[in-house]
Design a protein around this ligand. Structure first.
Ligand code: NAD
Length: 487
């Protein structure tokens, strides 16, 4: 794809191995968040395109080359795609960063992670072994892992390449044929990867991509009776609608939803190590990360010291255009910017102290969707800012008295995605790891994004099911039991 975002996939859908215009002939503009200007266009796909894509996927799986490939050859193709992604890493990173507004180095990290998912799952494709089961005399029983068939993938705009890699990479490795509905706000890197997939020999129909609006293409995909499994990443509200659609068709789904993840600092924590990580976990992607560390829980004895030190760092942070590669970029769109500003105005009106604010680069284009990072505290645990996902560069500081209160506050939101616990006390590390209601707990560390090998997912409002790691692969297969009566 050129700098202007024009390419073979411009305004088109990938269906059955060909780039075709959507049935409506309509396109959607692609806006760069750094300046608010349109620079490309994508197809505005709808129900007819989704239907064609699902049928193409079914053909690929049941009568096409894709369904006949041995697992190791499937894996080899995926690894080849991973290599092609790395070969085009600079081009893809520039595209991802312009499309999402994220700093270029984050775009680079995302593309490397995407390639790594194809490498990881490509290598795993021929390692899904079944079992034999001791059964009655004269019988042999065995289990086989089979792909679901046609899987649907609905993903958001915050990490298009990474989420595509972990979801579609795993589903393809397991032998499914995929229909992807990427986010209307950012999906250019995925269209380009779709081109690379064809160039590297992925059989037609194995991967189909229908860009379009959520309520049109997304809803049509979730409701399509030809889909055997849905992998959804996005907001809890849309996740509820997707799960309802899955239920109507009696198919399974994974929901990777939001979070309000805590970083918990005990008085014995190594602050030199912890504080940079605390800042990075909320500044990364301008806080638009499901696993952003958006709450920092601080033991009272070190509350002043920690907030003072965080404030120093926050005052230095600068938001600006993606290609300036500053601390953070713009938010994805105007709605998101206004939503985050709304949370900040409400917090101020409710008397929550602002401890520090970063700034927006003087030369940032006026049309960009910038919000300077903000540190607030103490935030009472029942405030919206302490419980709801802001999805912006806003860090809430909450003091706590002891381990029991830290755990109670950590578990007091409806979410449960990731947590970080900073303490040198080994017993406390384990007690907290067991007590925290979340899919991932980091002890003396934190991982927002990345971690290809680490099963990831939530509880409660953060969703259910696991992606990443080997556990992620098992979501895309189902178990068949075969019993021989051989006498
Ligand atoms: P969103 O739910 O609005 O959109 C996600 C996807 O769903 C998009 O492709 C959208 O077009 C589609 N969609 C919208 N309405 C639909 C409908 N009615 N039927 C089917 N599909 C529909 O979410 P968003 O605002 O784009 O993304 C932000 C959210 O995603 C945040 O809550 C964030 O925490 C979450 N997220 C979670 C993870 C995770 O792994 N847990 C990762 C990234 C983002």
């Amino acid at each position: 794809m050129s700098e202007t975002g024009r390419s073979e996939s411009s305004g088109r859908c990938l269906i059955g191995g060909r780039w075709v215009p959507p049935a409506s002939g309509e396109t959607l503009p692609v806006i760069c968040p750094s300046d608010g200007r349109a620079f490309a266009e994508i197809a505005s796909g709808g129900a007819a395109d989704i239907d064609a894509a699902v049928k193409a996927a079914r053909r690929a799986r049941e009568s096409g080359a894709w369904g006949r490939l041995p697992a190791f050859e499937r894996g080899r193709l995926l690894m080849r795609l991973g290599e092609a992604i790395l070969d085009h890493a600079e081009e893809l990173a520039a595209l991802e960063s312009r499309d999402t507004g994220k700093p270029l180095r984050q775009g680079r990290a995302d593309i490397r992670a995407c390639a790594r998912y194809f490498e990881y799952y490509g290598g795993a494709a021929d390692k899904l072994h079944g079992d034999t089961i001791p059964f009655l005399e004269g019988y042999t029983a065995a289990t086989f892992w089979e792909p679901h068939g046609v899987t649907a993938h609905i993903i958001p705009w915050n990490y298009p390449a990474q989420i595509f890699g972990r979801s579609v990479g795993a589903a393809l490795a397991a032998g499914n044929a995929c229909v992807l509905k990427p986010a209307e706000d950012a999906c250019l890197s995925l269209l380009r990867i779709g081109e690379l997939a064809l160039e590297t020999g992925l059989p037609e129909g194995a991967l189909n991509i229908v860009p379009g609006l959520g309520e049109e293409a997304g809803a049509a995909l979730a409701a399509h009776p030809g889909i055997d499994f849905i992998s959804f990443t996005g907001s809890p509200e849309t996740g509820t609608a997707v799960q309802a659609a899955a239920a109507r068709n009696h198919v399974g789904c994974t929901l990777e939803l939001g979070g309000k993840s805590p970083q918990i600092l005990f008085a014995d924590a190594d602050l030199e190590a912890a504080l940079p990580v605390v800042v990075a976990a909320i500044v990364q992607n301008a806080g638009q990360t499901c696993s952003a560390g958006s709450r920092v829980l601080i033991e009272r004895g070190i509350y002043e010291e920690v907030t003072d030190r965080l404030a120093i760092r926050f005052r230095e942070l600068v938001a600006g255009p993606h290609d300036r590669d500053l601390d953070l970029g713009a938010l994805i769109n105007r709605t998101q910017m206004e939503r985050v500003r709304g949370y900040l105005e409400e917090a101020r009106a409710r008397g929550i102290p602002v401890l520090a604010e970063g700034r927006i680069a003087e030369d940032a284009p006026a049309g960009g969707y910038y919000v300077a990072p903000v540190l607030l505290g103490p935030v009472p645990p029942e405030e919206r800012l302490a419980c709801e996902e802001v999805f912006g560069p806003v860090l809430a500081c909450l003091p706590f008295a002891d381990e029991a209160e830290a755990l109670a506050i950590a578990n007091a939101t409806p979410y449960g995605l990731v947590a970080g616990v900073w303490t040198r006390d080994g017993g406390r590390q384990l007690r907290m790891a067991h007590g925290i209601r979340a899919g991932q707990v980091f002890l003396n560390g934190y991982g927002a994004g990345g971690g290809i090998e680490l099963p990831f997912g939530g509880v409660g409002r953060s969703g259910h099911g696991r992606e990443k790691g080997f556990a992620g692969l098992y979501e895309f297969v189902r178990l068949k039991t075969v019993v021989w009566n051989h006498g």
